[in-house]
Design a protein around this ligand. Structure first.
Ligand code: I22
Length: 361
């Protein structure tokens, strides 16, 4: 069909989120994305754009005397709040990587985000907060979801984190399909012909989806919705639908690739799922992935994740120990937090520079 692109195809298979806060880019998309995700890298880049200069100046005047962190939080909320009319679902902001082992600091920051969203007239059903999913992140999420501030478990690399995301009532979950380091080091990019079947992260995704399906079937309770992030190509983004994900979040680069590629595959014969887990069934050709774990030295999930263990217990210590034991989760989490800390430092320098220009401190 004339004009069909891979983005048309993706939109027919999944709910598509935009992994960017750039308002002009979001407006340029050929459809309304579902959610808008962000992180410290995305927000810091948005802060320095000409479009958001008035927001930054205004927040520096209003909050500069309270220090860079308050300004950064307020600017992040304002930039995302402006995108709310352009999307169907929620805008998402990430808690600071400095707080990942301090549940109280995370809860306090999320309550400040929630208050700022309220001031910006964004209701609680139009935003969520991304929490890097350490033990403390899980404990903070349990508190926040119980009080109606919904969270997304991010920087998820292993099944134990996914189980803890369910146990702490998270609305959404973002496993990273690739580690952050693979965005910069070509040698770390998996070189596979069949992404869904052969990518080393695919088995863990199948195991997470099947765990959520089991929990949903057994309890009838809603489970975290999969919004997988960190793809290296449009081909990887499309593979998320075959794995069984109802949503996917897509970076600017991958959107551009999808838009530039004509869809030459056979027509889609099924509608996209209306519920993330009710009708989920792993395709036959991928079923063996439930028993594999190429990221671990042992056959399946070296750390023996259990659906019956409360990973949020002991103030998150059980989850932290599982992440530490896992062959890749600890390293990938550390790399991701280093990356976000560097971006947050850049934001701090920009904001402090502007504050000192105004001689507010
Ligand atoms: O986790 C989410 C969405 O929930 C993402 O924003 C996630 O942080 C990013 O996709 C990853 O950090 C990778 O970012 P990038 O290198 O693709 O820009």
């Amino acid at each position: 069909m004339a004009g069909r692109t891979l983005l048309t195809r993706l939109d027919e298979l999944c709910n598509v989120d935009v992994d960017d806060a750039d308002i002009e880019f979001i407006k340029s998309l050929p459809f309304k994305p579902y959610n808008q995700t962000s992180n410290q890298a995305i927000i810091t880049q948005a802060i320095t754009s000409a479009t958001n200069k008035p927001i930054l100046s205004d927040c520096i005047k209003k909050y500069g005397s309270q220090g860079w962190e308050t300004v950064f939080e307020r600017v992040s909320v304002r930039i995302c709040a402006n995108n709310v009319p352009l999307i169907k679902g929620r805008v998402l902001i990430q808690t600071s990587p400095r707080h990942i082992h301090d549940d109280v600091a995370m809860v306090n920051q999320c309550r400040r985000f929630a208050a700022a969203f309220e001031e910006a007239c964004v209701s609680r059903d139009r935003f969520a907060i991304k929490i890097p999913f350490t033990g403390s992140g899980a404990v903070a999420s349990r508190t926040l979801n119980a009080e109606g501030i919904r969270t997304l478990a991010t920087a998820v690399f292993c099944l134990e984190q996914a189980i803890a995301a369910s146990q702490s009532g998270c609305l959404l979950i973002s496993p990273y399909f690739n580690e952050i380091a693979a965005h910069f080091d070509l040698a770390l990019r998996p070189n596979v012909a069949d992404t869904a079947l052969e990518h080393p992260m695919s088995p863990r995704i199948i195991q997470m989806l099947e765990a959520f399906k089991t929990f949903y079937t057994e309890t009838g309770e809603e489970q975290p919705i999969m919004v997988i992030a960190s793809h290296l190509s449009s081909e990887e983004v499309l593979a998320m639908a075959e794995l069984g994900c109802q949503h996917v979040t897509v970076s600017q680069d991958n959107f551009r690739q999808l838009i530039a590629s004509p869809d030459e595959s056979p027509a889609i014969t099924h509608a996209k799922p209306t519920h993330p887990y009710a009708s989920l069934s792993t395709p036959e050709r991928l079923q063996s992935l439930a028993q594999k774990d190429p990221l671990s030295a042992t056959e399946k999930n070296g750390s023996a994740a259990s659906l019956d263990t409360d990973y949020v217990a002991q103030n998150g210590k059980i989850l932290d120990a599982a992440i530490e034991r896992d062959s890749v989760a600890g390293k990938r989490m550390n790399d991701a937090m280093k990356f976000f800390t560097e971006w947050e430092e850049k934001a701090k320098q920009i904001i402090e520079g502007e504050i000192s220009k105004l001689r507010l401190t």
